[in-house]
Design a protein around this ligand. Structure first.
Ligand SMILES: [Zn+2]
Length: 70
């Protein structure tokens, strides 16, 4: 079972987390799946909805710039 930590905040992913649905999954170009913890999922939801990559398992993204004010 994949219990790698969240790539965004390094929160450990326990077997209980892996059995639940709280963590979101991101399918990588190489076919692997990166799991994002619930906290980061909520924080990155706009990226997910925009079909943008949220995180990379090998190269964590730099801190995101704030969205420009409307
Ligand atoms: Zn996280």
């Amino acid at each position: 079972m994949d219990t790698r930590p969240c790539p965004l905040c390094s929160r450990p992913r326990t077997p209980a987390d892996a059995a639940g649905l709280a963590w979101s999954s991101q399918h990588e170009a190489d076919g692997s799946i990166t799991f994002i913890c619930p906290t980061c999922t909520r924080a990155q939801l706009w990226r997910i909805e925009a079909m943008l990559a949220v995180a990379s398992p090998t190269a964590p993204l730099a801190p995101l710039p704030l969205r420009p004010a409307a």
